[in-house]
Design a protein. Structure first.
Ligand SMILES: Cc1cc2nc3c(=O)[nH]c(=O)nc-3n(C[C@H](O)[C@H](O)[C@H](O)COP(=O)(O)O)c2cc1C
Length: 261
């Protein structure tokens, strides 16, 4: 595939993957792509765990679903992230960032705005939104043939110091290389972030993965091959919109936004 085409087609997969293991060859290609990322002094501070074991995937899925349900039921999720939610194409077009909530079960649709609104916790709970999202998330993770943990070597990753920042940049670039490679391999990838938001849950995952003291667990992903016509989750969103050049690029100084044309 053309390189720019790969960049344009890279995206987050919200839906399920095929029930087919990711070949060892493809797993190693993903890891090679990661390792080709730049890093300060070629320090390669990233580490990865490839997780295929069913019991481990199910445990991580259980933790992912539970934390999703908890964060939503407690209102923390919507409180923290409300500013990124868009509810119509027009709203999305006006902002050109955030995520467009464009898929809701029919009984929820009349309440779209209220669901995500400031005083909607009671309604959310009545409509069982935390359970729906939690269950769907657990199923999506458990049904993903490959989970990937990204870690950093703590000798390099020293938060507050420049090497901490450099390590984060390097890991971000390594992960982007993996993400782009999934496009070439007909695969999809999605962040599993809710366990990170609940410190005890994150500790559970660290124990499950036997993360040693000298490594820091930074992020978790689910991966797999994409079905040709992927079904959408019951509650879903899309986020392919991007800002115009004039909204994020300047010419020479911050005083002059770049023109769009
Ligand atoms: C630091 C970071 C955290 C993210 N967390 C999540 C997440 O928890 N769940 C999810 O589905 N996507 C997550 N994403 C993916 C973004 O939502 C996604 O990249 C963005 O909406 C743009 O959509 P696209 O990747 O399809 O282009 C995360 C991305 C980044 C860089």
């Amino acid at each position: 595939m053309e390189f720019l085409e790969v960049i344009r087609r890279r995206k987050t997969t919200n839906g399920p993957f095929l029930d087919r293991p990711v070949s060892k060859e493809h797993q190693h290609l993903l890891m090679e792509a990661a390792s080709r990322a730049p890093s300060h002094f070629n320090s390669q501070p990233w580490r990865f765990i490839l997780i295929e074991d069913q019991a481990k995937r199910e445990k991580i899925a259980e933790i992912g679903g539970r934390t999703m349900q908890q964060l939503i039921a407690e209102g923390r999720f919507f409180e923290r992230y409300r500013r990124y939610f868009r509810f119509s194409k027009e709203e999305m077009e006006a902002h050109r960032d955030g995520i467009l909530i464009d898929q809701l079960p029919a009984p929820l649709r009349p309440f779209t705005r209220q669901i995500m609104g400031p005083s909607a916790l009671g309604l959310l709970r009545t409509l069982r939104v935390p359970q729906i999202l939690g269950q769907d998330n657990r199923k999506l993770i458990a049904g993903s043939p490959l989970l990937l943990a990204a870690l950093l070597d703590r000798e390099e990753y020293r938060p507050g110091e420049l090497s901490g920042f450099y390590s984060l940049l390097a890991l971000g670039m390594a992960i982007e290389n993996i993400w782009l490679t999934t496009v070439e391999l007909g695969m999809g990838i999605q962040f599993i972030s809710t366990p990170m938001e609940v410190p005890q849950a994150w500790e559970e995952i660290k124990r499950l993965l036997e993360v040693p003291e000298h490594l820091e667990l930074m992020a978790l992903y689910r991966l797999g091959y994409l079905p040709s016509e992927p079904p959408r989750p019951r509650i879903d969103w899309q986020s392919h919109q991007r800002k115009r050049l004039s909204q994020f690029v300047f010419r020479e100084t911050c005083a002059t936004p770049e023109g769009d044309g």
